[in-house]
Ligand binder design. Sequence first.
Ligand code: CA
Length: 518
Amino acid sequence: MSAIAGGLAALMLAGCNGGTDGGSTQDVTKLEGTLASADPLTLTVHMHFWGTNVFDDTWPVYQEAAKRTNITLHGTASKTNTESDQVFNTMLTSEPLPDIIHGESKNLNKAGTDGALIPLQDLVDKYAPHIKAIFDEHPEYKKATLAADGNLYYIPCLRDDAGPAQGWFIRQDWLDKLGLPVPTTVDEYYNTLKAFRDQDPNGNGKKDEVPFFDRHNSVDKLVGLWNPGTGDVTTFGDYSIDKDGNVYCARTTEGYKTAMKELAKWYAEGLIDQEIFTRKNPREALFGDNTGGATNDWFSSTMSFNEKTKGKYPEFHLAVIPPVKNVEGEIKNQFARNATAGIGWGISKDNKHVPETMKYFDFWFTEEGSLLNAMGIEGTHYTVENGEQKYTDMVLGYEGGGAPNYMRTIGGQEIGYFAELGPEIAGMTGEAAEGFKEYADNKWTVKAFPSLSYTSEEERTIAAKGTALTTYMKESQQNWILGNKDVDASWDQYVSDLKSLGLDEVIAAYQAAYNRQK
Ligand code: CA
């Protein structure tokens, strides 16, 4: 045997036996630019989330990524089943496992703890400089991603949490018509809604205006006005965290009780949609017939009603306004979103190309990888003007819901990457973008309840008792708002019922998880 042939055989043998990092024989840290493998390599991926987002080998975003990294992904999940959790669990019984496993954090952390995914923390340091940089800059992102056993089992989808999730909207044309300023305090807001109710701003001679309504069939968007919380964590939801780091129920506070009393009054006075808890497609219904006055919702989709109503109601003008000040006089936009989206991807125990996969994961954290996932391919999906990326008209005008939904059809998904605010704003029309920016620049939005990693026991407690508690809180809220029960008369019973249902245990589970993360 010649020396060359012998060397080749040894090399091939090394390739088959597997080196220390799962079989790779190349030093990926020495590869040029965004390459993640010296030779073209195909890796299998399981991606099936939120029911209908299933990896498609024809997605242009991934074909482009293959050109830049030398790694092609091949999806293994079927589109026929829409139960993502079930598909995930079935996938875990396959042998070998797909090289890359995408999913929600609860499933990934469990799979990791059970041994299906490998720990990534050391690999990040070794092969993924861009991921390492963001974890170094924001240790809280990494902490929020670690499993309860302390390992990092997936690379998370992260987003700039300076961005608001939802904002306050009001009919500017109605304010103008009635000669009213933009309301800034609870009293002003109340009086504005009263004027909408009484002064026929839609001009049809009927008292048919619905001053405030909410698409999510809830009054929760208004509760924060009286229930601001003492910390910087939102009180929108069942639980919050006070300024000393104590988890508490946001629906048993004095502020919440006051909110229920006030909002029951607002409802009784006709300031809140009389079908608030049951109406289907409220925005389409109430903007569609020119009776809706104010709401609180996502920027882009809500602002699109200015376009949608143009033909029918030329004067229709919905505007973003700053969040109304709460009773403490602060602006706290309570509908917040987490920097960690609770989703990402990891490396399975059967993956034979761990360094390459890690380098590939890192690609999506580079500027060009992030832009590719968020905006697609330059020239086709976006153009650059004066240094700013703009979606093309084809993407912005997508009838299935504009840029965010168009991006899904070409592969822009919640993978492990950092979502900048820029592309999100680029997907909005003028006024929505301005409003979104104003909220972001002023940092009006408080923090979301953090995403935490739970032990199996904590998770069982939260799943079993937390669900019953949420249901009971919701029912009680509806009874108060609709006037079926008196808040003062039933409050003590309400609190004691919650305790019987296990409120203290659920709070203790959140507290333990929060303390561990801190
Ligand atoms: Ca009217």
